[in-house]
Design a protein around this ligand. Sequence first.
Ligand SMILES: *Cc1c(COP(=O)(O)O)cnc(C)c1O
Length: 378
Amino acid sequence: MNPVEVPLARMDNVDPALMDELLAAVERVARSASFVLGSEVEEFEAEFAAYCETREAIGVASGTDALALSLQALGVGPGDEVIVPANTFIATAEAVSIAGATPRLVDVDPDTHLLTAPIVERAIGPKTACVIPVHLYGRTVEMDSLLAVARRAGLAVVEDACQAHGARFDGRRVGSLGDLGCFSFYPAKNLGAWGDGGAVVTADPELAGRVRLLRSHGESPRYHHHVPGFTSRLDAIHAAVLRVKLRRLDEWNEARRRAAVALTQSLEGAPVRTPAPVPEGRDHVYHQYVVESTDRDGLRKHLGERAIGSGIHYPVPIHRSAAYASLGLAPGSLLAVERLAGRICSLPIFPGMTDDQIAWVATAVAEFAPATVTREAA
Ligand SMILES: *Cc1c(COP(=O)(O)O)cnc(C)c1O
């Protein structure tokens, strides 16, 4: 087989028909000269709420802001602790800090790489106000048991669905299961804008109203300010782009799932641990396809030499980052997360990945001979 180039992800500019449609949408906004809030954003919010099968969607400036404004809308702030898994994008913890609360970083299940109800239960203390389950890589957290533990303890639940747009748990869309659900539209996400963007979804009109106030100077109506807020709105150009792409999201997620099934089959016998199977009623929309290797850095070098992209999501667990050193969590304090950080490798996955590309990735991984002396995370 001839080597083919395989990027880690695919952007819109490789699809000429999609590009035409997106550029027409951008032109429509430019000609309307309505760039901030307005009908394009309102239409997108209505369509995204319907897509998530919940009542309200509020467009904001980023996924980080979606999380921070959600916490503030719940009244989570100084003196409160929020349970956050230590292997997520740092934004999950940052949002807690932005709200003035303290992240309580916890370990994850070594198979799914996700937060579980027992882990949450063990972490609950007198200051715990909220928990943020992260549907990391696009895989759904076990929400039934987690919600039960949270409800019993009186904790609010904010879903971080920034990597899981469109995933379903027991038939329901993620983001609609907790009190609020948060999405990022960073360009590389499963649903991406042409810049930064985000959304909060909720079935609670009161919480929605508070997020709406906070994202735009606490204003309602114009120049009447009820609370000190922010400039954190979804831009109309991004909303227009997102409306076009939302119509294709289910199809794209299905293509990601198909590529993942093919990759997992082709990787049988290869020297990596493939993603854990997805149980009935659970979902995975493969924002990332993450394998584990005892020689991850060697594997990435081997792939790079064969024009195959790869990534590490994420190399430094949040509790080991300089940003959160002040929490004082020593090496070895969150074992599963630390072990994963030394082993995980994201392989290419994107809608439109060809059979040749899947075969080339699988062949390259199968041919890799891991070094026997491994460099595991301390
Ligand atoms: C991308 C991401 C965020 C933050 O989104 P931004 O739009 O980049 O602010 C938060 N949590 C997770 C899990 C993410 O992947």
